[in-house]
Design a protein around this ligand. Sequence first.
Ligand code: GUN
Ligand code: ZN
Length: 445
Amino acid sequence: AGSGMRALRGPAATLVDNPFEQPSRACLVTHEDALVVIEDGIIRAFGPYAELKDAVPAGAEVHHYPDHLLVPGFIDAHVHFPQLQMIGAYGAQLLEWLDTYTFPAEMSFADAGHAARVARLFLRELLRAGTTTAMVYCTVHPHSVDAFFAESERFNTRMIAGKVLMDRNAPAALLDTAQRGYDESVALIERWHGRGRQLYCVTPRFAPTSTEAQLDAAGALLKTRDGLFLQTHLCENPGEVAWVRELFPARASYLDVYAHAGLVGPRSMFGHAVHMHEGDFCTCHQSGAGLAHCPTSNLFLGSGLFRLFDAVDPRRPVRVGLGTDVGGGTSLSQLQSLNEAYKVAALTGHKLDAVQGFYLATLGGARALGLEGTLGRLAPGHEADICVLDPQATPLMAFRAGYCASIEELLFMLMTLGDDRAVRATYAAGACVYDRARPGDPFLP
Ligand code: GUN
Ligand code: ZN
């Protein structure tokens, strides 16, 4: 028994396989009374308490959560930390929304103090929602990336983030140039990529705000180090798609604009992908690129309905993660994303069951980000990022939970009625980083 050994005990559920390709019941492992044994931030054992209790040395901490549910920490595949101050802004679709609300908000991040304050709030709000990993857009200002990663490092969370690249079609105060964006990104990669749990993501905002020269520079950036990520927006809104067609008449499709610059591969994550052709899904399948399903945003901004079940079609499956897309999205809670994802599926003629839902928010997200084996599962060798859910968080949930006959029903109740109130505690690399019982006093390692 090494140092730093501890354990979490309670009812637990984890995905072990893809419920869009296998029957859901074969993809979920549950234990009524489980033990998660953690050493040095890594899960060493997971199984029934009765079988594992002797694996924990006498005197090791055991955090016991009876009547709760231990699940892997949620993964948010697409979110903008600088947009907290304009989440829920009234009355506009994407392009007008960007000009009216988003760009002015991001301009306020020229102030490094403001960036630090918002990063501090954002990390705490993520953890309060049970999210332990996110793929995050910062702003064009390099210090916004420093502010974000510094805060993540404080909690020892695994985060993926990058400086936005924009060299046209936005206010002058938010523009870089192809060369400057490249140089600033290289410096940030040097400082942050692989430092502790932090990972860097090359972040051209979307095709309309980058020249072809800048998209090419983004492709070159991806080659500078192993394991770098790429995030951008794709086929979100009909007006945006038409604009990209005008700006890049030589390209076969919106996705082809990115492919031409070398931006489509494993560890590439495209947000939204609402207005996709079959050929685009094939390109994603062949390249291993991921798509971020952002239901609260796509509904709030009136962007459209993501065709999840077409995307994951087993004949040419595309990897899909779940994104909140705050501030286009309206909640940092992945339970709320799943609530809306169920309705989007219903409106497109499908049923999203609870196992499929939790897959998107955990193991599926990890696979879409190329982090399978590291994140997204309660299993030996995985990083100990864990969310402790409370199915009795409100009087209504407590009452409703009494009528749930199985853990799948309980999970479905959590994904329709749950939100940040249903998160009892959050662990990152085995350390408690949020505890609802200690409000306003977040654990700081
Ligand atoms: N497309 C380009 N930028 C953005 C953004 O900040 N949010 C969303 N939802 N779409 C975008
Ligand atoms: Zn977005």
